[in-house]
Write a protein that binds this ligand. Structure first.
Ligand SMILES: CCCCCCCC/C=C\CCCCCCCC(=O)SCCNC(=O)CCNC(=O)[C@H](O)C(C)(C)COP(=O)(O)OP(=O)(O)OC[C@H]1O[C@@H](n2cnc3c(N)ncnc32)[C@H](O)[C@@H]1OP(=O)(O)O
Length: 176
């Protein structure tokens, strides 16, 4: 993370601590309630610049026998960290993701996920994510992610027609 950082300010219209945060896309693999094969994470704004979610570790998420697949865990951390830019304003997309897997995470447990903004410089938002199984003092995974804010209309313009929600997002018009 660079030394020179911008001042962080919560956007006045973002969710208040304890409130649910709106999914960025109902089809999102991480937080979309309509994603048929997704994690369907419900995200809550926390105090300061934090976002929280809980995820039951189900059998379909298995990697090694009886434990979560690392890619599923990485996706969950990515998405919770990826929600933090919304606390400041425009959404961001992941440009860098790093995950430390500290302990095996058993099927049947509930994973507690928490992400926090560490700093911002221009469009870059530096975050960290932590996962635990109920005891915050005993993390089972840690992550760092860098997100870059984008103008969503511009950024997804070429791709939005591939979305299951294309008609909705394109407002019935042939072009954005
Ligand atoms: C239209 C309808 C709307 C529908 C409604 C839907 C709403 C959706 C809303 C919200 C979506 C949020 C979704 C979150 C989902 C969870 C997270 C994901 O899975 S995201 C998927 C994976 N990520 C990507 O696909 C990014 C791929 N990368 C890119 O597209 C480009 O790199 C992009 C646009 C992010 C940046 O490209 P540039 O050309 O605009 O800008 P440059 O100058 O290259 O970078 C800006 C700054 O970022 C730094 N940067 C770039 N890459 C970096 C890296 N890997 N590490 C560190 N810094 C990096 C650069 O050094 C630069 O920094 P300096 O401002 O100059 O200081």
């Amino acid at each position: 993370m660079p030394d020179e950082l911008d001042v962080l300010e919560r956007h006045p219209k973002t969710a208040k601590p304890g409130e649910v945060m709106r999914p960025h896309n109902l089809m999102c693999f991480g937080c979309g309630a309509e994603s048929p094969h997704g994690l369907q994470l419900e995200m809550y704004a926390g105090e300061g610049f934090t976002v929280e979610a809980k995820m039951p570790v189900e059998q379909w998420m298995e990697g090694g026998p009886g434990v979560i697949h690392g890619g599923i865990l990485s996706s969950a951390l990515d998405d919770v960290m990826g929600m933090t830019p919304r606390l400041l304003g425009p959404p961001g997309v992941t440009v860098h993701l790093q995950v430390d897997f500290l302990q095996p995470i058993p099927v049947g447990k509930t994973l507690h996920l928490r992400a926090e903004i560490l700093g911002r410089q221009r469009r870059k938002i530096y975050t960290e994510g932590v996962a635990h199984l109920g005891d915050p003092e005993r993390p089972v995974a840690r992550a760092n992610g860098v997100f870059v804010t984008v103008d969503v209309r511009e950024h997804f313009a070429e791709h939005v027609e591939n979305s299951a929600k294309a008609a909705e997002y394109m407002g019935g018009k042939p072009q954005l």
